[in-house]
Design a protein around this ligand. Structure first.
Ligand SMILES: Cc1ncc(C[n+]2csc(CCOP(=O)(O)OP(=O)(O)O)c2C)c(N)n1
Ligand SMILES: [Mg+2]
Length: 332
């Protein structure tokens, strides 16, 4: 864990905004789960609670013109990059005002205007897309880069290995500015990493493709942020891929339908919650005297208000019109 005394005042102060964003996304996830139980949200719903420091640390370190891809646990990624909470919630509700016009739902958020290229429900399906996008950024002679968040489970799919090999090859010529971020939350649905990966150290699997890699504590915002800044600078400079395995934990079930979680015991979740990324960050900001009880209270109230407004907006928004059905489905 990054030592508080080694952090600069600037890093600590900049983290305040990200603390507020993490509080917002946690409240947003709680509200989304409630809405799912009330039948307001159809299809799938996978929440990000417990993993906030990973996306926050990485997305706080990129430039506005950089791009990123992730899988279906994507609400926080959208909120952190600035998509309006109302439009994100409306997408979960399948409403016309949603981020993807109500046609994608929870797993397919998309906001290219903020560099967010989705939100994908097919496990591993976005890794080839992100890798090709990174190549394109260099091919077009820019110094922009691409982040590709993926799950521990996604690493066991063929669609991980093929682009990883190409990234290794393209990287030799400085043509693949991508950071792969493995969000190792210990499980792929009900299957633990130890039951699905031949090696425990997932970062080391990138060595097969000559991709530099490391693992880090994904519960500590400052650790993630420090690693992210260093790695992002390097990738931008060299055009070579890099992989980071972030050790994290999902507090909720895999999806809203995973009620009983027979694959893990309650004690394991309770233990993980003692390192809640939001509490860890809050404690450090309090220790640095940047956050008081009153600030914490205000930030919580503001988050609650923003989420209430988002739910109201989603509730009151119209369903997509019938003549929208075939629009934006295929390019022409
Ligand atoms: C190609 C494909 N196979 C299977 C599934 C079913 N499925 C949905 S999520 C999931 C587990 C993925 O786990 P991981 O990559 O670790 O992501 P996490 O849910 O932990 O964020 C599986 C197998 C799917 N969506 N796509
Ligand atoms: Mg996982």
């Amino acid at each position: 864990m990054q030592r508080t005394e080694d952090l600069t005042r600037e890093e600590l102060t900049a983290a305040l905004e990200w603390y507020a964003k993490m509080v917002l996304s946690r409240r947003f996830e709680d509200a989304a789960e409630r809405a799912f139980r009330h039948g307001k949200i159809g299809g799938y719903l996978h929440v990000y609670s417990g993993q906030e420091a990973v996306a926050a640390g990485l997305l706080s370190a990129i430039r506005k013109d950089d791009i990123f891809f992730t899988a279906y646990r994507d609400h926080a990624h959208a909120l952190y990059s600035g998509s309006p909470p109302g439009a994100v919630m409306a997408e979960l509700y399948g409403k016309a005002t949603g981020l993807a016009k109500g046609k994608g739902g929870s797993m397919h958020l998309f906001d290219a205007s903020r560099g967010f290229y989705g939100g994908y429900g097919i496990v591993g399906g976005h890794i080839p897309l992100a890798t090709g996008a990174a190549y394109t950024l260099r091919y077009l002679d820019t110094d922009r880069l691409c982040l590709c968040f993926l799950g521990d489970g996604a690493m066991n799919s063929g669609s991980f290995h093929e682009p990883a090999n190409m990234a290794g090859l393209w990287g030799r010529d400085g043509l693949c500015p991508i950071v792969y971020i493995v969000e190792n939350n210990q499980y792929a649905m009900g299957t633990s990493v130890s039951r699905s990966s031949a090696v425990a150290n997932l970062a080391s699997r990138f060595l097969a493709y000559e991709i530099e890699n490391e693992r880090a504590d994904g519960m500590d915002y400052f650790t993630v942020r420090r690693v992210a800044s260093r790695v992002i600078n390097q990738v931008r400079e060299t055009g070579r891929p890099y992989a980071v395995e972030m050790l994290t934990y999902r507090f909720a079930g895999h999806g809203a339908a995973d009620l009983f979680q027979p694959y893990r015991n309650r004690g394991e979740v309770t233990d993980a919650r003692t390192r809640d990324p939001i509490t860890l960050l809050e404690d450090r900001l309090r220790a640095a005297e940047l956050l008081t009880d009153a600030d914490v209270e205000r930030i919580r109230r503001e988050a609650e208000h923003a989420v209430e407004q988002a739910v109201k907006f989603a509730d009151e928004s119209p369903e997509p019109a019938a003549d929208e059905l075939f629009k934006d489905v295929y390019g022409s």
